[in-house]
Design a protein around this ligand. Structure first.
Ligand code: NAP
Length: 303
């Protein structure tokens, strides 16, 4: 039941939950090591975008922390598509690699769809490959994209019954909005997806029991859009300069939204760390499947 008293929201602590997921991943990696199996994650970044470089570095560092072997490839901005596809093919064939992640966005001269679909579906850890994306759409087992999976685990962590809840997802990207909608549909939520062409967006968001904001506009949602007691999951990561200092803010005005919501995720320290934890989990799950092993018990029924 949603809280209906006027009170400050409980913060869903993404850092803490990500730590718990990583502990479970680490345990699964230890179990695999008894069979002399070490999961491997290859990350590929093209160009020198500062934010993307930090994300990729953090992913590699987090992989090493849980015992996953990390292979990092930093490629020049002007690399030709053919060379990138050749690297992916080599990684597809490399038995030490269980997961391949290509950091998006790619430069405009490279066809992202072609690149993503060239990753062996059994090594796709983002769930963006057309086969895995299709599996999620029709309810078959497959890899679930890390950010929506992180959001779902955060919702599960607060032990609410998702059945019949109205979830409004702001944003319809292939990497967040669309898979998020499919995932919550699987949880028996009633889904509305809104986007830049949606009319009466405030009215729709105001009806939400659960708001997932994945817009990429700082402080887009304010408290007047939010029904009292709703749950707010803020996916947005926006960089602002405030009083000369760089600051990360989400898509939801956190300070005022926490006065009307029952639960809310902060930025930073919310969905971001959970995305990385889910990437590590997906890598181990792909490793397990590729070795025809059972899913490790530590990764069953997370939250
Ligand atoms: P995206 O591909 O740019 O998609 C943004 C979505 O927001 C689009 O569907 C767009 O609608 C919609 N939108 C834009 N302006 C709008 C408006 N005025 N009203 C309603 N909808 C509007 O972005 P994304 O990749 O999904 O990422 C969204 C945010 O999440 C970004 O801040 C990104 O940095 C962050 N992110 C965070 C994580 C994490 O780990 N925490 C992971 C991925 C992304 P149209 O489709 O109509 O254009």
């Amino acid at each position: 039941m949603l809280k209906n008293l006027i009170m400050t929201a409980e913060i869903i602590d993404g850092k803490f939950l990500a730590h718990k997921v990583k502990e479970k991943v680490s345990k699964a990696v230890s179990t695999l090591s008894k069979e002399n199996i070490v999961p491997g994650l290859a990350t590929i970044i093209v160009g020198t975008d500062a934010a993307s470089s930090i994300y990729v570095k953090n992913k590699g560092k987090s992989a090493n922390e849980v015992g996953i072997k990390s292979f990092q490839y930093a490629l020049p901005e002007d690399i030709v598509e053919e060379d990138l596809l050749e690297l992916i093919e080599k990684l597809n064939q490399n038995n030490d690699v269980d997961g391949i992640l290509v950091q998006l966005p790619l430069p405009k001269h490279i066809n992202s769809d072609l690149v993503i679909d060239s990753i062996d579906p059994s090594k796709d850890v983002d769930g963006f490959n057309i086969l895995n994306a299709g599996s999620l759409f029709i309810g078959r087992d497959g890899v679930i994209p890390c950010t929506p999976l992180g959001c779902l685990l955060m919702l599960r962590s607060i032990n609410i019954d998702l059945k019949g809840k109205h979830a409004v997802i702001i944003g319809r990207s292939n990497i967040v909005g669309k898979p998020m909608a499919q995932l919550l549909l699987r949880e028996d939520c009633t889904i509305t997806t809104v986007h830049s062409k949606t009319k009466n967006i405030v009215k729709i968001v105001k009806d939400a029991d659960i708001i997932i904001a994945a817009v990429g506009i700082p402080n887009f949602v304010n408290s007047s859009w939010i029904k009292k007691g709703a749950i707010a999951i803020d996916v947005g990561i926006n960089r602002l300069k405030i009083d000369g200092k760089n600051k990360l803010v989400g898509d939801i005005k956190f300070e005022e939204a926490k006065e009307v919501t029952s639960y809310i995720t902060p930025v930073p320290g919310g969905v971001g760390p959970m995305t990385i934890a889910c990437l590590l989990m997906n890598t181990v799950l792909q490793c397990v499947k590729r070795n025809n092993m059972d899913q490790p018990s530590s990764l069953r029924n997370l939250f």
